[in-house]
Write a protein that binds this ligand. Structure first.
Ligand code: HEM
Ligand SMILES: *[C@@H]1O[C@H](CO)[C@@H](O)[C@H](O)[C@H]1NC(C)=O
Ligand SMILES: *[C@@H]1O[C@H](CO)[C@@H](O)[C@H](O)[C@H]1NC(C)=O
Length: 328
């Protein structure tokens, strides 16, 4: 009797231990959508109201917020490192090739952070703010919504060389470059194509699309001419900084016109048109151009996967008080 009781106690204990192991090691990340449900339930309304008012004033801010999240996650993981200003002890990511004169909406992030700090001081990380603000931007601009996984902490440093190391693919990339850059971050070719659909909103500078509109042959000729009118062939300022929408039809709506444009050879960047240029991703571009629901659902899955890239959790990193600076 005593032996059997202790035996069943032992097996129950073993089951509990196993269950705990499965929960902690079997889940794909330490992040959870309920992370702030006790510590800061108002975080979602706080972030959303600032994002909403920024987009109402200027729709492009939504695009810029989404891109900040991408550039944060691809450089040392989603850790808020992209938001740090340079200091005497390190040069951060802001002046790196893919970011300098290009990343924007840092003031919107500051406004979100101040509002969230008022609600729950010292609780919500800047890395999580980027994830929530990216989701809200997509939704406000007419795209899908989803539950964001949370619990990332903020880095205490940032690295210019990491941001310049090529982890963020340049607009001159070939299809195979794009595929391998995303693969290096655990993202599939499908994730890469779906995420590229973020170019359904926002703008790019002449300096990043000049070669495509003057030198490439896989571009609609009247579209190329239209873009050439506002992007001079000669390099240098101020021409380099002239901007054009990435999606010529609906540049402030999160829809699937980006993919429709690719089918008619009206991609703005060389890298955009690589996704529909006779290669392995043509069929997926075609699917997304015809079926916005499939695009949305693949985009959401890919955004969640991108948000899982190397987060700082537990006691790593910190919760910054000011997204531009590490705490003292
Ligand atoms: C596939 C590889 C990608 C390449 C080569 C690429 C390249 C670029 C370039 C060159 C620009 C214009 C920058 C400028 O002129 O200042 C841009 C803008 C943008 N990118 Fe990407 N990108 C890629 C993937 C992504 C991903 C994964 C996202 C987000 C999920 C994204 C979101 C955006 C947005 C929203 C803009 C417009 C930003 C604004 O208007 O401020 N891109 N991208
Ligand atoms: C960043 O861009 C500014 C002008 O926008 C330029 O003066 C500066 O040299 C650039 N920095 C780097 C590191 O390229
Ligand atoms: C186009 O290609 C030519 C020759 O390869 C090169 O000299 C030029 O810089 C390229 N870019 C533009 C915008 O013409």
């Amino acid at each position: 009797m005593a032996a059997s009781t202790s035996h069943s106690f032992c097996s129950s204990l073993a089951i509990v231990v196993l269950a705990v192991l499965v929960i902690f090691t079997g889940s794909s990340s330490a992040l959870s959508k309920n992370h702030y449900s006790k510590s800061c339930p108002k975080v979602f309304t706080a972030v959303q109201s600032v994002v909403q008012s920024a987009i109402s004033k200027q729709p492009r801010q939504g695009a810029s917020l989404i891109r900040l999240f991408f550039h944060d996650c691809f450089v040392n993981g989603c850790d808020g490192s992209v938001l740090l200003d340079d200091t005497s002890s390190f040069t951060g990511e802001k002046t790196a090739g893919p970011n300098n004169g290009s990343l924007r909406a840092f003031e919107v992030v500051d406004d979100i952070k101040s509002k969230v700090e008022k609600e729950c001081p010292g609780v919500v990380s800047c890395a999580d703010i980027l994830a929530i603000a990216a989701r809200d931007s997509v939704e406000i601009l007419g795209g899908p919504s989803w539950d964001v996984k949370l619990g990332r902490r903020d880095s205490k440093t940032a690295s210019l060389s990491a941001a310049n190391s090529g982890v963020i693919p340049p607009p001159t990339s070939t299809l195979s470059n794009l595929i391998s850059r995303f693969q290096a971050k655990g993202l599939s070719t499908k994730d890469m194509v779906a995420l590229s659909g973020a170019h359904t909103i926002g703008k790019a500078r002449c300096v990043v699309f000049r070669d495509h509109i003057y030198n490439d042959s896989n571009i609609d000729s009247s579209f190329a001419k239209t873009r050439q009118n506002k992007c001079p062939r000669t390099t240098g300022l101020p021409g380099d900084n002239k901007i054009a929408p990435l999606d010529l039809q609906t540049p402030t709506t999160f829809d699937n016109y980006y993919f429709k444009n690719l089918i008619s050879q009206k991609g703005l960047l060389h890298s955009d048109q690589e996704l529909f240029n006779g290669g392995s991703t043509d069929s997926l571009v075609k699917t997304y151009s015809q079926d916005v629901k499939t695009f949305y659902s693949d985009f959401v899955k890919a955004m969640i996967k991108m948000g899982d890239i190397n987060p700082l959790t537990g006691s790593s990193g910190e919760i910054r008080k000011n997204c531009r600076k590490v705490n003292n």
